[in-house]
Design a binder for this molecule. Structure first.
Ligand code: 5GP
Length: 184
């Protein structure tokens, strides 16, 4: 289980997609559950499982989540089922989750690498979020405020990668996870 975190706007999703393109790594991304509204370009079941708050709470009560957290005012969580299915198929799994969730997953003792992605600088983070055009001013402000807090916990991760250049940063992540696949 590989855990990747980083502030909204750090470009971590694009980085993860780049790493997953490489056939050298039999890895899949765990599709999280969220209670936030679906964006126009997102597909239910592919980008996230979009659940109501009630369904999410039921899932928590029934122990369906490996971890869950409230992030930017919505709930997000990793389903145990997402991990189990891939494990049965002998595949590794990447969790793209926040710092709170990463802490919970680390305690299971099953995380083999944890990586924190930094934006190259503050302006790049804000510019990326604005260019994405998915957030209103309030949500943008909240995400940027949380980003500072999240970055303060980057030292809890095995490695830190600065996303200054997509290819270079993806290359660095591949170097970091390569030993996991050589041991198999
Ligand atoms: P977004 O709303 O931009 O898709 O995601 C916001 C943040 O939620 C991401 O930066 C990511 O760190 C976090 N996140 C996404 N899925 C999960 C999850 O399953 N668990 C936790 N704890 N955080 C998640």
């Amino acid at each position: 289980m590989i855990v990747i975190s980083g502030p909204s706007g750090s470009g971590k999703s694009t980085l993860v997609r780049e790493v997953l393109k490489d056939p050298a790594f039999p890895l899949e991304i765990s599709v999280s559950v969220t209670t936030r509204a679906k964006r126009a370009n997102e597909k239910d079941g592919a980008d996230y499982h979009f659940w109501t708050k009630e369904r999410f709470q039921q899932g928590v009560a029934a122990g369906e989540f490996l971890e869950w957290a409230e992030v930017y005012g919505s709930f997000y969580g990793t389903l145990k089922e997402e991990i189990a299915r891939r494990r049965e198929q002998g595949k590794g799994v990447i969790l793209e989750i926040d710092v709170q969730g990463a802490g919970q997953v680390r305690r299971t003792g099953e995380v083999t690498r944890s990586i924190f992605v930094f934006p190259p600088d503050w302006q790049a983070c804000e510019a990326r979020l604005r260019a994405r055009g998915t957030e209103n001013e309030e949500s943008l402000g909240r995400r940027l405020a949380c980003a500072k807090e999240e970055m303060g916990r980057a030292n809890e991760y095995d490695y830190q990668v600065v996303n200054d250049d997509l290819n270079r940063a993806a290359g660095r992540i591949k170097e970091l996870i390569k030993p996991l696949f050589m041991e198999r």
